[in-house]
Design a protein around this ligand. Structure first.
Ligand code: SAM
Length: 450
């Protein structure tokens, strides 16, 4: 049984007067992953993995797997076939229910579990803005967006107030997965408790209030917003929502319909709010702990985002066309050039001037001395059917592992060739004379201990 601090135990007793003992006895839930349906179907992944998968009830692509299975070390993980994500953390994006073609913002997005889930739901259509304020975390987010083959995302490293200035009433849907006191993680990593203090919920609540207020201003009338935390503190959850609704009469709390069993909370948590929000509690479900509220903006303006005026110089377009004709079966059309790079910006992409951008749509590659060098992002986003030349290897074979470490492959292919692992694209190789030169980025190659 986990040893919680006395101060935390007292808080839980106050919050859950009739079930605190069950709560304190609860163990961490089994690990879980979410299939990246942009790159692989759940049934195909289940056939390939050397581990039984059991469904996560509230997320159709989420599965628990056994502790012994090193899910982070497989080639399929490297190829973006799935994302390792705690089961509870799959609920917020599922509730937001993003659709292809929508304008969606994930405001606190790193490392990208929920962004990549939203991207899979959007199927590459529409615009997904993924923002993270901490630069090092934004870089990890950007890498995950690339690994999972997402084409229609902007990855930004902006403060929330600057974003609010740039995107007034702009989005159909917004996810605010707020920084919080993280109590839901204590069951998994008791070290997280060491950083907790009695003041943490109040400090976090004040930060969350500001973030949520800005998010409200970025939502279109009729748009929906999911606010989520991975903590149990009511100040950061139901009481945060209660105060938000008082301050924002143009919003309503939508009852989230789920079958998830709910706790009996103490009287100081208002029933009319609690009954419409969802809590995932480790003593009631196989999940470490999360809170979600679904809000709708009932009134306000829609403001169309300023459209960019990007174009592709004719000489660069011609180099791209030559590459397309020889290397691709499915055309992708660039609509912007930044320096030597060609990019396919998503439909609905706003003017990017002045924003700190880590990734804008799909970077196709670079024109170097009149030739096209395709980017790793393009390889990650293609499926084998899209490429003219493909070497599809068994995902756990030695050759495939060797490719990730930078080894040259052999094969009778010419020119740019998509290297895939059991149908899931991994990266580029370039073939000539029976050899395939390795173009898997050096920075992504695993270390020997991997
Ligand atoms: N949504 C992410 C996912 O599913 O992978 C997890 C997000 S985590 C709960 C909250 C994020 O908020 C962190 O990445 C953190 O860096 C960021 N954050 C911290 N302070 C912030 C602030 N003042 N404004 C906006 N985001 C902040």
């Amino acid at each position: 049984m986990i040893k919680y601090s006395d101060a935390y135990t007292e808080r839980i007793k106050r919050l859950l007067p009739s079930e605190w003992e069950d709560f304190l006895r609860a163990a961490a839930c089994p690990p879980s992953l979410r299939v990246n349906t942009l790159k692989m179907s759940a049934s195909h992944l289940a056939e390939l993995l050397d581990a039984p998968l059991a469904p996560v009830p509230w997320c159709k692509d989420g599965y628990y797997f056994p502790e012994r299975f090193a899910a982070g070390k497989t080639t399929l993980h490297e190829a973006g076939a799935y994302y390792i994500q705690e089961a509870s953390a799959m609920l917020p994006a599922a509730l937001l229910d993003a659709q292809p073609g929508e304008l969606v913002l994930d405001l606190c997005a790193a490392p990208g579990g929920k962004s990549t889930q939203l991207a899979a739901a959007m199927k590459g259509e529409g615009l997904l803005v993924c923002n993270e304020v901490v630069p090092s975390r934004a870089a990890i987010l950007s890498r995950n967006i690339e690994r999972l083959g997402v084409r229609n995302a902007l990855v930004l490293n902006e403060s929330v107030p600057r974003l609010e200035k740039n995107f007034p009433s702009a989005f159909d849907k917004i996810l605010v997965d707020a920084p919080c006191s993280g109590e839901g993680m204590f069951v998994k990593s008791p070290e997280a408790m060491a950083e907790w203090s009695q003041d943490a919920p109040a400090i976090c609540a004040s930060r969350q209030k500001a973030i949520l207020g800005s998010a409200a201003n970025m939502l279109k009338a009729g748009g929906t917003l999911v606010y989520s935390t991975c903590t149990f503190a009511p100040e950061e959850n139901e009481l945060q929502i209660e105060r938000f609704l008082l301050d924002h009469p143009d919003f309503e709390l939508v009852g989230a319909k789920t079958e998830i069993p709910q706790p009996h909370l103490a009287d100081f948590v208002p029933d009319e709010i609690a009954n419409k929000c969802v809590r995932l509690m480790p003593h009631l479900v196989k999940g470490n702990g999360h809170f979600c509220a679904l809000l709708r903006k009932t009134d306000g303006n829609d403001i169309a985002l300023p459209r960019p005026r990007y174009s592709v110089p004719r000489a660069m377009a011609s180099v791209w066309n030559d590459f397309c004709e020889t290397a691709l079966k499915t055309r992708v059309d660039p609509n912007a050039a930044f320096g030597d790079s060609l990019v396919a910006l998503p439909n609905g992409c706003p003017d990017l001037t002045g924003l700190k951008i880590l990734r804008a749509g799909l970077r196709l590659g670079e024109v170097v001395k009149g030739r096209f060098i395709p980017s790793h992002s393009l390889a990650a986003a293609l499926s084998p059917q899209d490429a003219a030349s493909v070497l599809d290897l068994p995902s756990e074979g030695d050759e495939t592992r060797g490719y990730l470490f930078g080894a040259t492959l052999s094969g009778d292919v010419r020119g740019w060739t998509l290297i895939a692992a059991d149908g899931c694209s991994l990266g580029w190789g370039k073939g000539s004379d029976g050899m395939i030169k390795n173009h898997y980025p050096k920075g992504l190659r695993p270390t020997r201990s991997h």
